[in-house]
Design a protein around this ligand. Structure first.
Ligand code: PLP
Length: 367
Protein backbone atom coordinates (compact mmCIF):
# COMPACT_ATOMS: atom_id res chain seq x y z
CA UNK A 1 0.00 0.00 0.00
CA UNK A 2 1.28 3.48 -0.83
CA UNK A 3 1.39 6.12 1.89
CA UNK A 4 -1.42 8.71 1.80
CA UNK A 5 -1.32 12.21 3.22
CA UNK A 6 -4.90 12.44 4.49
CA UNK A 7 -7.64 10.13 5.67
CA UNK A 8 -10.00 11.93 3.24
CA UNK A 9 -10.28 11.16 -0.47
CA UNK A 10 -8.71 14.18 -2.19
CA UNK A 11 -11.76 15.41 -4.15
CA UNK A 12 -11.38 18.92 -2.71
CA UNK A 13 -8.26 21.11 -2.90
CA UNK A 14 -6.21 21.27 0.30
CA UNK A 15 -7.54 23.85 2.78
CA UNK A 16 -5.68 26.29 4.99
CA UNK A 17 -8.48 27.18 7.40
CA UNK A 18 -10.42 25.12 9.92
CA UNK A 19 -13.61 26.77 11.14
CA UNK A 20 -14.83 25.92 14.60
CA UNK A 21 -17.69 28.35 15.29
CA UNK A 22 -20.14 30.65 13.57
CA UNK A 23 -22.54 33.42 14.48
CA UNK A 24 -24.67 35.34 11.97
CA UNK A 25 -22.36 36.33 9.13
CA UNK A 26 -19.21 35.65 11.19
CA UNK A 27 -16.99 32.57 11.35
CA UNK A 28 -14.19 31.81 13.80
CA UNK A 29 -11.22 29.54 13.00
CA UNK A 30 -9.26 27.23 15.29
CA UNK A 31 -6.77 30.02 16.09
CA UNK A 32 -9.58 32.32 17.28
CA UNK A 33 -9.47 34.56 14.21
CA UNK A 34 -12.79 36.04 13.07
CA UNK A 35 -13.96 36.22 9.43
CA UNK A 36 -16.87 37.81 7.60
CA UNK A 37 -18.71 35.00 5.81
CA UNK A 38 -19.95 35.93 2.31
CA UNK A 39 -19.93 32.31 1.20
CA UNK A 40 -22.34 30.98 3.84
CA UNK A 41 -21.42 27.40 3.09
CA UNK A 42 -22.13 28.06 -0.63
CA UNK A 43 -25.56 29.65 -0.15
CA UNK A 44 -26.56 27.07 2.48
CA UNK A 45 -26.57 29.00 5.77
CA UNK A 46 -29.46 31.13 4.55
CA UNK A 47 -30.29 32.84 7.84
CA UNK A 48 -26.73 33.00 9.15
CA UNK A 49 -24.87 30.77 11.55
CA UNK A 50 -26.69 29.70 14.72
CA UNK A 51 -29.89 31.54 13.78
CA UNK A 52 -32.22 31.10 16.78
CA UNK A 53 -35.32 29.96 14.83
CA UNK A 54 -34.00 26.83 13.05
CA UNK A 55 -31.70 26.19 16.03
CA UNK A 56 -34.65 26.03 18.43
CA UNK A 57 -36.79 23.99 16.01
CA UNK A 58 -34.02 21.45 15.38
CA UNK A 59 -33.12 21.24 19.08
CA UNK A 60 -36.73 20.62 20.04
CA UNK A 61 -37.08 17.91 17.41
CA UNK A 62 -33.73 16.34 18.43
CA UNK A 63 -35.23 15.92 21.88
CA UNK A 64 -38.38 14.25 20.51
CA UNK A 65 -37.70 12.00 17.51
CA UNK A 66 -34.70 11.67 15.17
CA UNK A 67 -35.90 9.16 12.62
CA UNK A 68 -38.82 6.83 12.00
CA UNK A 69 -38.54 5.82 8.29
CA UNK A 70 -40.86 6.82 5.46
CA UNK A 71 -42.79 3.62 6.14
CA UNK A 72 -44.49 5.85 8.72
CA UNK A 73 -45.54 9.48 8.94
CA UNK A 74 -43.75 12.24 10.81
CA UNK A 75 -45.07 15.70 11.55
CA UNK A 76 -42.14 17.91 10.43
CA UNK A 77 -42.04 16.33 6.95
CA UNK A 78 -45.75 16.93 6.39
CA UNK A 79 -45.48 20.47 7.74
CA UNK A 80 -42.56 21.35 5.48
CA UNK A 81 -44.39 19.93 2.45
CA UNK A 82 -47.47 22.00 3.35
CA UNK A 83 -45.37 25.17 3.65
CA UNK A 84 -43.65 24.59 0.30
CA UNK A 85 -46.98 23.84 -1.38
CA UNK A 86 -48.36 27.10 -0.03
CA UNK A 87 -45.35 29.10 -1.27
CA UNK A 88 -45.51 27.41 -4.68
CA UNK A 89 -49.26 27.66 -5.01
CA UNK A 90 -50.08 23.94 -5.10
CA UNK A 91 -47.34 21.29 -5.25
CA UNK A 92 -46.42 17.92 -3.76
CA UNK A 93 -42.94 17.38 -2.30
CA UNK A 94 -40.53 14.48 -2.22
CA UNK A 95 -37.76 14.94 0.34
CA UNK A 96 -34.18 13.74 0.04
CA UNK A 97 -30.84 14.83 1.49
CA UNK A 98 -29.08 16.89 -1.16
CA UNK A 99 -29.41 18.87 -4.35
CA UNK A 100 -28.12 16.09 -6.59
CA UNK A 101 -30.70 13.70 -5.16
CA UNK A 102 -33.46 16.23 -5.87
CA UNK A 103 -32.28 16.42 -9.50
CA UNK A 104 -32.17 12.59 -9.68
CA UNK A 105 -35.79 12.55 -8.56
CA UNK A 106 -36.68 15.15 -11.22
CA UNK A 107 -35.01 13.09 -13.97
CA UNK A 108 -36.86 9.94 -12.91
CA UNK A 109 -40.15 11.81 -12.52
CA UNK A 110 -39.91 13.38 -15.98
CA UNK A 111 -39.00 10.03 -17.56
CA UNK A 112 -41.96 8.28 -15.98
CA UNK A 113 -44.41 11.13 -16.60
CA UNK A 114 -43.51 11.57 -20.28
CA UNK A 115 -42.29 8.02 -21.17
CA UNK A 116 -39.43 9.81 -22.92
CA UNK A 117 -35.72 10.00 -22.10
CA UNK A 118 -34.12 13.17 -23.48
CA UNK A 119 -32.70 15.89 -21.24
CA UNK A 120 -32.12 19.47 -22.39
CA UNK A 121 -29.85 21.57 -20.18
CA UNK A 122 -27.50 24.54 -20.49
CA UNK A 123 -23.83 24.86 -21.31
CA UNK A 124 -22.09 25.74 -18.06
CA UNK A 125 -24.95 24.48 -15.91
CA UNK A 126 -24.48 22.66 -12.62
CA UNK A 127 -27.01 20.17 -11.31
CA UNK A 128 -24.93 17.90 -9.07
CA UNK A 129 -22.37 15.10 -8.96
CA UNK A 130 -24.40 11.88 -9.00
CA UNK A 131 -24.46 10.20 -12.40
CA UNK A 132 -27.96 11.38 -13.36
CA UNK A 133 -27.42 14.94 -12.16
CA UNK A 134 -23.98 14.95 -13.80
CA UNK A 135 -25.63 13.94 -17.09
CA UNK A 136 -27.53 17.24 -16.99
CA UNK A 137 -24.45 19.26 -15.97
CA UNK A 138 -23.00 21.19 -18.92
CA UNK A 139 -19.38 21.29 -17.81
CA UNK A 140 -17.13 18.99 -19.88
CA UNK A 141 -14.33 18.81 -17.29
CA UNK A 142 -16.67 17.52 -14.59
CA UNK A 143 -18.22 14.94 -16.96
CA UNK A 144 -15.34 13.63 -19.08
CA UNK A 145 -13.86 10.98 -16.74
CA UNK A 146 -17.30 9.45 -16.13
CA UNK A 147 -18.78 9.19 -19.61
CA UNK A 148 -20.88 7.68 -21.07
CA UNK A 149 -23.69 9.34 -19.08
CA UNK A 150 -27.43 9.58 -19.74
CA UNK A 151 -27.99 11.38 -23.07
CA UNK A 152 -28.46 15.16 -22.82
CA UNK A 153 -28.37 18.14 -25.18
CA UNK A 154 -26.75 21.40 -24.06
CA UNK A 155 -27.62 24.86 -25.33
CA UNK A 156 -25.99 28.22 -24.63
CA UNK A 157 -27.80 30.21 -21.91
CA UNK A 158 -30.23 32.88 -23.18
CA UNK A 159 -30.14 31.58 -26.79
CA UNK A 160 -33.87 31.19 -27.46
CA UNK A 161 -33.46 29.72 -30.96
CA UNK A 162 -30.99 27.08 -29.73
CA UNK A 163 -33.33 26.12 -26.88
CA UNK A 164 -36.32 25.80 -29.20
CA UNK A 165 -34.29 23.67 -31.61
CA UNK A 166 -33.05 21.39 -28.82
CA UNK A 167 -36.52 20.56 -27.45
CA UNK A 168 -37.61 17.66 -29.66
CA UNK A 169 -40.14 14.82 -29.59
CA UNK A 170 -38.03 12.68 -27.25
CA UNK A 171 -37.33 15.43 -24.71
CA UNK A 172 -38.55 14.38 -21.26
CA UNK A 173 -37.01 17.17 -19.20
CA UNK A 174 -35.77 20.71 -19.68
CA UNK A 175 -33.76 21.70 -16.63
CA UNK A 176 -32.62 25.28 -15.97
CA UNK A 177 -31.11 27.24 -13.10
CA UNK A 178 -32.90 30.65 -13.08
CA UNK A 179 -29.50 32.12 -12.23
CA UNK A 180 -26.69 29.75 -13.20
CA UNK A 181 -24.71 29.52 -9.98
CA UNK A 182 -21.53 27.49 -10.50
CA UNK A 183 -21.54 28.47 -14.19
CA UNK A 184 -20.53 32.08 -13.48
CA UNK A 185 -23.63 33.66 -11.86
CA UNK A 186 -25.53 34.06 -15.12
CA UNK A 187 -29.16 35.21 -14.76
CA UNK A 188 -31.51 33.78 -17.40
CA UNK A 189 -33.80 36.11 -19.36
CA UNK A 190 -37.56 35.73 -18.82
CA UNK A 191 -38.06 35.27 -22.56
CA UNK A 192 -35.53 32.41 -22.64
CA UNK A 193 -37.10 30.61 -19.66
CA UNK A 194 -40.56 31.00 -21.24
CA UNK A 195 -39.27 29.28 -24.38
CA UNK A 196 -38.55 26.12 -22.35
CA UNK A 197 -42.31 25.61 -22.05
CA UNK A 198 -42.80 25.36 -25.83
CA UNK A 199 -42.82 21.54 -26.10
CA UNK A 200 -44.39 18.61 -24.24
CA UNK A 201 -41.39 18.14 -21.94
CA UNK A 202 -41.57 18.81 -18.23
CA UNK A 203 -39.70 21.94 -17.23
CA UNK A 204 -37.70 21.76 -14.00
CA UNK A 205 -36.34 24.94 -12.52
CA UNK A 206 -33.33 24.00 -10.43
CA UNK A 207 -33.73 26.40 -7.49
CA UNK A 208 -31.23 24.56 -5.32
CA UNK A 209 -29.13 27.73 -5.09
CA UNK A 210 -31.69 30.42 -6.04
CA UNK A 211 -34.56 29.19 -3.85
CA UNK A 212 -35.64 30.04 -0.30
CA UNK A 213 -35.38 33.78 -0.86
CA UNK A 214 -31.80 33.99 -2.17
CA UNK A 215 -32.79 36.19 -5.14
CA UNK A 216 -35.34 38.39 -3.34
CA UNK A 217 -38.46 36.26 -3.91
CA UNK A 218 -39.11 32.88 -2.27
CA UNK A 219 -38.60 31.15 -5.63
CA UNK A 220 -36.59 32.96 -8.29
CA UNK A 221 -39.09 31.89 -10.97
CA UNK A 222 -41.63 34.29 -9.45
CA UNK A 223 -39.59 37.06 -11.13
CA UNK A 224 -39.69 35.31 -14.51
CA UNK A 225 -43.45 35.02 -14.97
CA UNK A 226 -43.51 31.22 -15.34
CA UNK A 227 -44.92 28.31 -13.37
CA UNK A 228 -42.61 25.28 -13.68
CA UNK A 229 -43.80 21.66 -13.60
CA UNK A 230 -40.94 20.70 -11.30
CA UNK A 231 -38.70 22.57 -8.86
CA UNK A 232 -35.61 21.24 -7.14
CA UNK A 233 -34.53 22.72 -3.81
CA UNK A 234 -31.79 22.03 -1.27
CA UNK A 235 -28.95 24.32 -0.14
CA UNK A 236 -30.61 27.02 2.02
CA UNK A 237 -33.72 25.08 2.93
CA UNK A 238 -32.67 23.91 6.41
CA UNK A 239 -29.91 26.47 7.13
CA UNK A 240 -27.17 23.84 6.98
CA UNK A 241 -28.82 20.59 7.91
CA UNK A 242 -28.92 18.26 4.88
CA UNK A 243 -32.23 18.37 3.03
CA UNK A 244 -33.30 18.32 -0.60
CA UNK A 245 -36.72 18.45 -2.20
CA UNK A 246 -38.42 17.82 -5.52
CA UNK A 247 -41.65 19.81 -5.88
CA UNK A 248 -44.18 18.64 -8.46
CA UNK A 249 -46.81 21.21 -9.44
CA UNK A 250 -50.35 19.94 -8.93
CA UNK A 251 -51.04 20.11 -12.66
CA UNK A 252 -48.08 17.76 -13.31
CA UNK A 253 -49.02 15.35 -10.49
CA UNK A 254 -49.66 11.64 -10.75
CA UNK A 255 -46.57 10.06 -12.30
CA UNK A 256 -45.08 8.51 -9.16
CA UNK A 257 -46.76 5.65 -7.32
CA UNK A 258 -45.59 3.72 -4.22
CA UNK A 259 -42.31 1.97 -5.04
CA UNK A 260 -41.22 4.36 -7.82
CA UNK A 261 -38.80 6.30 -5.67
CA UNK A 262 -37.62 6.64 -2.08
CA UNK A 263 -34.90 7.60 0.37
CA UNK A 264 -34.06 6.13 3.78
CA UNK A 265 -33.02 9.45 5.31
CA UNK A 266 -35.15 11.71 3.13
CA UNK A 267 -37.58 13.87 5.08
CA UNK A 268 -35.57 13.47 8.29
CA UNK A 269 -37.62 15.01 11.13
CA UNK A 270 -34.80 17.20 12.48
CA UNK A 271 -33.88 18.58 9.05
CA UNK A 272 -37.56 19.17 8.21
CA UNK A 273 -38.23 20.91 11.54
CA UNK A 274 -35.34 23.27 10.80
CA UNK A 275 -36.69 23.68 7.24
CA UNK A 276 -40.10 24.77 8.55
CA UNK A 277 -38.45 27.41 10.73
CA UNK A 278 -36.39 28.67 7.78
CA UNK A 279 -39.42 28.95 5.50
CA UNK A 280 -41.31 30.86 8.20
CA UNK A 281 -38.41 33.32 8.56
CA UNK A 282 -38.34 34.08 4.83
CA UNK A 283 -41.13 36.66 5.02
CA UNK A 284 -41.80 39.83 3.04
CA UNK A 285 -39.53 41.91 5.28
CA UNK A 286 -36.55 39.58 4.81
CA UNK A 287 -37.18 39.33 1.05
CA UNK A 288 -37.29 43.14 0.79
CA UNK A 289 -33.98 43.33 2.66
CA UNK A 290 -32.39 40.73 0.33
CA UNK A 291 -33.50 42.82 -2.63
CA UNK A 292 -32.30 46.10 -1.16
CA UNK A 293 -28.89 44.96 0.18
CA UNK A 294 -28.36 42.88 -2.96
CA UNK A 295 -28.97 45.82 -5.26
CA UNK A 296 -26.66 48.05 -3.25
CA UNK A 297 -23.92 45.41 -3.38
CA UNK A 298 -24.46 44.87 -7.11
CA UNK A 299 -24.08 48.57 -7.82
CA UNK A 300 -20.89 48.88 -5.77
CA UNK A 301 -19.41 45.72 -7.32
CA UNK A 302 -20.15 47.24 -10.72
CA UNK A 303 -17.43 49.82 -10.03
CA UNK A 304 -14.87 46.99 -9.62
CA UNK A 305 -15.65 44.80 -12.64
CA UNK A 306 -18.48 43.13 -14.55
CA UNK A 307 -21.05 42.48 -11.82
CA UNK A 308 -24.26 40.49 -12.21
CA UNK A 309 -26.81 38.45 -10.30
CA UNK A 310 -30.11 38.72 -8.50
CA UNK A 311 -30.71 39.48 -4.83
CA UNK A 312 -27.87 38.02 -2.76
CA UNK A 313 -26.55 35.68 -5.46
CA UNK A 314 -23.93 37.94 -6.99
CA UNK A 315 -20.96 37.49 -9.27
CA UNK A 316 -18.05 39.78 -10.11
CA UNK A 317 -16.13 38.80 -13.23
CA UNK A 318 -12.45 39.67 -13.16
CA UNK A 319 -9.77 39.51 -15.85
CA UNK A 320 -7.77 37.08 -13.71
CA UNK A 321 -8.42 34.26 -11.25
CA UNK A 322 -10.27 35.41 -8.12
CA UNK A 323 -7.77 35.90 -5.28
CA UNK A 324 -9.78 33.73 -2.89
CA UNK A 325 -6.82 33.07 -0.59
CA UNK A 326 -5.89 36.77 -0.31
CA UNK A 327 -9.51 37.64 0.48
CA UNK A 328 -9.54 34.92 3.15
CA UNK A 329 -6.31 36.26 4.63
CA UNK A 330 -7.92 39.72 4.66
CA UNK A 331 -10.83 38.28 6.66
CA UNK A 332 -13.50 37.68 4.00
CA UNK A 333 -14.79 34.21 3.11
CA UNK A 334 -16.02 33.92 -0.49
CA UNK A 335 -16.37 31.25 -3.17
CA UNK A 336 -15.89 31.36 -6.91
CA UNK A 337 -18.32 30.45 -9.66
CA UNK A 338 -15.93 29.97 -12.58
CA UNK A 339 -12.26 30.66 -11.63
CA UNK A 340 -12.53 34.31 -12.77
CA UNK A 341 -15.92 34.98 -11.17
CA UNK A 342 -16.04 35.96 -7.52
CA UNK A 343 -19.34 34.69 -6.08
CA UNK A 344 -21.01 36.38 -3.11
CA UNK A 345 -23.73 34.46 -1.29
CA UNK A 346 -23.87 36.00 2.19
CA UNK A 347 -26.58 35.03 4.66
CA UNK A 348 -29.92 36.61 3.67
CA UNK A 349 -29.86 38.38 7.03
CA UNK A 350 -26.67 40.29 6.15
CA UNK A 351 -26.70 43.96 7.21
CA UNK A 352 -25.72 47.08 5.27
CA UNK A 353 -22.75 47.51 7.60
CA UNK A 354 -21.55 43.96 6.89
CA UNK A 355 -22.00 44.52 3.14
CA UNK A 356 -19.90 47.72 3.36
CA UNK A 357 -17.24 45.86 5.34
CA UNK A 358 -17.07 43.11 2.70
CA UNK A 359 -16.88 45.67 -0.11
CA UNK A 360 -14.02 47.47 1.61
CA UNK A 361 -12.05 44.21 1.86
CA UNK A 362 -12.76 43.32 -1.79
CA UNK A 363 -11.74 46.80 -2.94
CA UNK A 364 -8.50 46.66 -0.95
CA UNK A 365 -7.53 43.15 -2.12
CA UNK A 366 -8.36 43.83 -5.78
CA UNK A 367 -6.54 47.19 -5.80
C1 PLP B 1 -25.31 22.90 -5.28
C2 PLP B 1 -26.19 22.66 -6.45
C3 PLP B 1 -26.59 21.36 -6.81
C4 PLP B 1 -26.07 20.12 -6.11
O1 PLP B 1 -26.40 20.07 -4.75
P1 PLP B 1 -25.66 19.02 -3.78
O2 PLP B 1 -26.38 19.18 -2.49
O3 PLP B 1 -24.22 19.39 -3.74
O4 PLP B 1 -25.86 17.67 -4.38
C5 PLP B 1 -27.46 21.22 -7.87
N1 PLP B 1 -27.93 22.29 -8.53
C6 PLP B 1 -27.59 23.55 -8.21
C7 PLP B 1 -28.16 24.70 -8.96
C8 PLP B 1 -26.69 23.77 -7.16
O5 PLP B 1 -26.32 25.02 -6.87
Amino acid sequence: MSAVASPLLPVYPPTTVTFVEGDGARLVDDTGREYLDFCAGIAVVALGHRHPAPLAAAAEQLGKLWHASNLFGTEPQRELAARLSERFGGAQSFFCNSGAEAVEAAVKYARKATRKTGIVALEGSFHGRTTGALAATGQPAKRAPFEPLLPATFVPPNDVAALEAAIVGDTALVILEPVMGEGGVVPLDAEFVAAAFGGDALVCLDEIQTGVGRTGTFFCFEQLGVRPHLVTMAKGLANGLPVGALLVADEAAGAFAPGDHGSTFGGNPVACAAGCAVVDQVDDALLASVDRVGNRLLQSLGTLGRARGRGLLLGLELDRPVPVQELLEAGLVVSTATPNVLRLTPPLTVTDAEADEALAIIREVLA
